[in-house]
Design a protein around this ligand. Structure first.
Ligand SMILES: [Zn+2]
Length: 197
């Protein structure tokens, strides 16, 4: 008689020491953009498309249905004032689930790791610059793209680089950059995280 038992739970756990284990990682990020402002939504879509284009892989997308999202972009009033002059914050999220199937051959376990992120931008700063996000020559476009890449970098588990002002993950993002931002290095690190190098 075939006995099947499915166990599903979330959280941190250790893999079984015996049986057959398979690990499935999902590193596609489906954002719910938490704003009613159509210009803000349009600007975020532009940043997502630019990011995917420069990465060379469509790892970010935007979904209208919050239930279909594994990631979030929000806008916080006075983030700059309340969060030590930060214009954005980004945090990575992982959710693990394990499914075990018992059969005559033994236990087969599938571990699925779902990667997501939670980003928030300072609302006033973002809205003040969003109208020029598509103007590649503008300092507003430079700033918003740099800020977006930085927070998405945190969402893909990159930490701050304190010692190199040109690094995307340098903790201070100027409104008008004097530095040549090292996007090539950044996207190499992102591809390493994604396993697409
Ligand atoms: Zn940061």
């Amino acid at each position: 008689m075939l006995l099947r038992c499915i166990v599903l739970f979330c959280g941190v756990f250790l893999l079984n020491a015996c049986g057959k284990n398979e690990v499935v990682e999902n590193k596609r990020f489906h954002f719910f953009v938490n704003t009613e402002n159509p210009e803000t939504k349009d600007a975020v879509q532009f940043l997502v498309d630019r990011y995917n284009g420069e990465l060379g892989s469509p790892v970010l997308d935007i979904v209208e249905d919050q239930a279909a999202a594994n990631s979030k972009i929000g806008f916080t009033s006075n983030l700059k004032l309340n969060a030590d002059h930060k214009l954005g914050v980004g945090q990575w999220i992982t959710i693990s689930s394990r499914t075990s199937r018992y059969s005559l051959e033994g236990r087969e376990t599938t571990t699925e790791i779902q990667y997501g992120m939670d980003i928030s931008f300072d609302k006033d700063n973002f809205e003040a610059k969003q109208a020029r996000v598509k103007d590649a020559e503008s300092s507003e476009a430079d700033h918003l793209y740099h800020l977006f890449c930085h927070e998405v970098g945190h969402g893909m588990q990159l930490n701050h680089k304190e010692d190199d002002p040109n690094d995307v993950m340098y903790p201070f993002i100027p409104e008008a950059s004097k530095h040549q931002v090292e996007y090539d290095l950044y996207f190499t690190q992102i591809r390493t995280f994604l396993g697409t190098r």
